[in-house]
Design a protein. Sequence first.
Length: 139
Amino acid sequence: MSAVQNETQYPNPEVKGGLVAYLCVDGAAKAADFYIKAFDAKEVFRYPVDDQGRTMHIHLYVNGSSLMLADGYPEHGHPCEKPQGFNLTLQVKDIDKWWQRAIDAGCEIVLPLQDMFWGARYGQVKDPFGVMWSMNQPK
């Protein structure tokens, strides 16, 4: 397939941000739908699911940056591992609004929203897919 045919068949949305997180989660399509609700994400592209209900790529915009998602494909060397040792940090201006939307959508509070010693309001939540999210609003 030529590059021209590929561009016609699949859109190529702009990748936003200097560093883009690409998460492998169990249930990428459900995670994308959850992130739309919890973090006001906008979906810009999604490959259709395969016969096992998996998708190899979903592209979202979250808070001005791109976030990529995929299901695990262990048969191709990409197993789905439990998320650990990282968090995704949202730098926001209206932290109370962002926080409440995430909680209302079903995120679990890990570190309650509070004023921190570095001069910001900050808190951490975990989404139903095991991903930790931090929210930070400088004062």
